[in-house]
Each structure stands twice: as structure tokens, then as C-alpha cells.
Design a binder for this molecule. Sequence first.
Ligand SMILES: Cc1cc2nc3c(=O)[nH]c(=O)nc-3n(C[C@H](O)[C@H](O)[C@H](O)COP(=O)(O)OP(=O)(O)OC[C@H]3O[C@@H](n4cnc5c(N)ncnc54)[C@H](O)[C@@H]3O)c2cc1C
Length: 281
Amino acid sequence: MQINGTYKLFLDEISTFVSPKRIYTDELRRLAWGTDAGFYRLIPQIVIRSINEAEVARLLQVADKYELPVTFRAAGTSLSGQAISNSILIVAGKHWEKYKISDDYSQITLQPGIVGERVNQILKPYGVKFSPDPASVKYAMVGGIVMNNASGMNCGTHANSDRVMISARMIFPDGTILDTGDADSRKAFSEKKPEFIKEIQNIRDSILRNKELTERIRRKYSIKNVTGLNILPFIVFDDPFDIIAHLLVGSEGTLAFLSEITVKTEHDFPHKASAMLYFKD
Ligand SMILES: Cc1cc2nc3c(=O)[nH]c(=O)nc-3n(C[C@H](O)[C@H](O)[C@H](O)COP(=O)(O)OP(=O)(O)OC[C@H]3O[C@@H](n4cnc5c(N)ncnc54)[C@H](O)[C@@H]3O)c2cc1C
């Protein structure tokens, strides 16, 4: 297909730093990447298989310059069309599979392209697990699980991505990288974007001043609630960086690219059973 207009300018510019082997513009592959596990189809103009943070940061800067919408994609098992695009699709699966376990196995730092079940295979010898457990965990990747706040029967709301997240490393549309688990990165971000931090604090304070709203938010998130952006962090955390990190959970890639997440692991009971209990009330 002939790529025209602004997409051509975008393509020319990214071709100076992305290998042509990882840029797909042919009809067949665009069609193949135009579907996820949902009902919808959107054919992307350009698909890029990204390999690292520096590259994603530059891709976002160029897309921002030409005002072209970007969608991120992990395994593409989403059910509501959030992993497809009729514009630019940045895939972060293969090449994004690194991880690091803390010495006491209580935390794991993950890149977004590791499949959920693979994380559990890695953690199994230590008697711990990655708790978010959608039924798609055999295929879905960490980036997609976290950004959808996907959860299943075991993690409920007590151990979903929002509850187990410790910190996140992210890339904003202007290419700025923030690692909320790194003091230097937080300091650099505060200096570069003081108004951003101020705005987060303002929203937090205005929500907290409204007791009725605060109570409503607490109640709404005591059960599974992945509708819209996750606003629970505004009433749970005081630190604006914790709020920013937790806002990513369930944001479906609309706020930033998630390049790394550190989560608490959960004890993996060796013996398990299921039961159904009925209560009169
Ligand atoms: C058979 C099946 C069973 C399922 N069962 C459940 C279930 O029990 N519970 C449940 O909650 N859900 C369930 N789901 C849906 C579930 O939400 C998805 O399977 C999963 O979360 C998506 O992961 P993925 O790797 O495929 O991400 P994708 O579909 O590729 O992406 C998901 C979202 O995350 C964004 N994204 C991906 N990577 C990044 C990144 N690095 N940075 C920023 N944004 C990113 C995408 O733009 C998209 O909005 C099921 C789906 C299927 C097909």
C-alpha cells in the first residue's frame, strides 16, 4: 500500500533509526495486526515492532510532532478493541522479556512483554507468584495485563495489578522517561515538569476535600471496576509519583508506555482447593 501524507513523513523519519525489518506497511501484515481477541477490526497504517526504551521514546516524539495517534500492543488478547489502531501500532512483546527478582523473592521487576504464565514459571521455585490472574494468563503479557488491570478469580481486588504494584517505569508522549522507583528519576521529572506534579496534587486535594466523592470512589473500587481511568490512587496515595504510577493501571496505554513494572509477589500455596459458600444475606 502507498503510505501518504503525514504518515509518509512519519515513516521517512522513523526509518532513520528503526530497522526496516521491524516496520510493517504491507497489506497482509497490516491486516493481520488489525485484529485482537475482540469483535472489532482497525487496519493500522504502520506497525512497528519496538525493541527498547530509547526507540519507543523517539517513536513517540515523532508521532507527537506529526500529531499521529499511537496504540501499544502486547499479546493482543484484549476483548474490547484496545489493542488495535487505524493509525500507528507499536508492538512491545518479543524483545521486552527481561525480569529481575529481589533477593528475598518478595518483588519482581518485569518488562511488559513477558507472558503472565511465564512469570509464574520463573517464580514457582521460590514459592511465590504473580497474582493478577486473568483466564488469558497463558498468553497475555505483563504490559497488557497491567494496562487492562486484568484480574481473575483468585486475585479479586486484593491482589490485582493496582494492589501489587510498587513502582513503574514509563515513557510519556514527549519521550520523557519516568521511573517512580528511582529517586534520581523522580527528582529529574519534578524539575522538568513541576506543573504536571502540581496538577496531580491539585486533583488529589480536590477529591479528598469532597468526602462524599472519596467514599464513593472507595466503594466503587472495593469490587472489580475497570471502567474508565483508575482514580482510586487519588484517595489511596499521598505521593504524586505513586499516584502517577498507579494511574497507569487500567489506562489501556492512553497515558504512557509502560516499559517496566515492579510488583510484590504473593505466596503461592502448594495445596489448593475450590469451594462455593452460600450466605443467607
Ligand atoms: C480467552 C480470554 C480470557 C480472558 N479472561 C480474562 C479474565 O479472566 N479477566 C480479565 O480481566 N480479562 C480477561 N481477558 C481479557 C484480558 O484483559 C486480556 O487478555 C489481557 O489483559 C490483555 O493482555 P495482552 O498482553 O494481550 O495485551 P493487549 O491486548 O495487547 O493490550 C492490552 C492493553 O494494554 C495496552 N498496552 C499493552 N502493552 C502496553 C505497554 N507496554 N504500555 C502501555 N500500554 C500497553 C494496549 O494498548 C491495550 O490497551 C481474557 C481474554 C481472553 C482472550
